[in-house]
Design a protein around this ligand. Structure first.
Ligand code: NAP
Length: 278
């Protein structure tokens, strides 16, 4: 077994941002400043950190960040009104509603209220449907990041068996669709899946999107598998047991510094794409 390649998310993220810089300049010369509106509802510290990171990443690149922070007791109707206003605001090109929102809010209804042309985080069912059918313009950012990492490192999906662990609307399901559209044979696993280690053993490409620290063990893997770990658990721990998986894999994303930074870059890219579409 040769050396395991580390799929460095920081390198991929920088490459995406470099490509965006001249596009942002060109937009500004025409009088358009790309703008991402972020909505944070409540005081969840992790959500607050994620929103801040996204806003700061925008500003570092010259994308305007319009940060909206709503009270913990915001109602669905109040949130819908804010989204409606952002939909109408021609200076705003992308809208990100940070998940999760407080319990009293109907999150799905709020996501669905985001105009399709501003759904840069790929959360609407319309956007998901387009992605699944193969013509989505803004797939969810973490699935887009996984495909971007594979493209950057020349990892072909075609003809490979990709196993995705997780089927959430923002991660497992859309990444399964993107891999299928890239001509992989896809198996999507979830909490009812039986004999998970046996299925993982068939994977040429493994995507971990389960939300359980170090859940996937190296001994489950086929020798030479490519491992993409989307997991981000408290303490900066991924969904795969890194050391044991590193030994078996031909390539692996670290946590932190793997899928996470590329996810943010994809959000920036989608915002610039949206600004260019006008
Ligand atoms: P989620 O909504 O909690 O979904 C987890 C999925 O894992 C569900 O589909 C669940 O199955 C499945 N699952 C749970 N236990 C399982 C088991 N024992 N065997 C097989 N499947 C099992 O989580 P998520 O939002 O997709 O996030 C997944 C991970 O990615 C988390 O660590 C999260 O922090 C991370 N994440 C990272 C980024 C990033 O930018 N890097 C972005 C988003 C999320 P059921 O459907 O049957 O319940």
């Amino acid at each position: 077994m040769g050396k395991t390649q580390i799929l460095d998310g920081n390198v991929v993220s920088e490459a995406v941002k470099e490509e965006l810089k001249p596009r942002i300049e060109a937009l500004k010369e025409k009088g358009t400043v790309p703008c991402l509106a972020t909505i944070l509802v409540g005081e969840d510290p992790s959500s607050a950190t994620y929103v801040k990171m996204k806003g700061n990443a925008c500003e570092r690149l010259g994308i305007q960040s319009k940060r909206i922070h709503l009270a913990e007791d915001t109602t669905t109707e109040q949130l819908l009104k804010v989204i409606e206003e952002l939909n109408k605001d021609t200076a705003v090109h992308g809208i990100l509603l940070q998940h999760p929102v407080p319990k009293q809010i109907d999150e799905r209804k709020a996501f669905e209220a985001i105009a399709i042309e501003k759904d840069v985080d790929g959360v609407t069912s319309w956007g998901y449907g387009q992605t699944a059918l193969g013509f989505g313009i803004y797939p969810s950012c973490t699935p887009a990041a996984i495909m971007q990492i594979m493209n950057f490192y020349g990892i072909q999906a075609e003809g490979k068996h990709a196993v995705v662990i997780g089927r959430s609307p923002i991660l497992g399901k859309p990444v399964s669709a993107l891999l299928l559209n890239a001509n992989a044979t896809v198996t999507t696993c979830h909490s009812y899946t039986k004999n998970l280690p046996e299925i993982v053993a068939q994977a040429d490409i493994l995507v971990a999107a389960v939300g359980k620290p170090e859940f996937i063990k190296g001994e489950w893997l086929k020798e030479g598998a490519v491992v993409l770990d989307a997991g981000y658990n408290p303490g900066n721990i991924g969904d795969v047991e890194y050391e044991s998986c590193f030994k078996k894999a031909s390539a692996i994303t670290p946590v932190p510094g793997g899928v996470g930074p590329v996810t943010i870059s994809m959000l920036l890219k989608h915002t610039v794409d949206a600004a260019e579409r006008g």
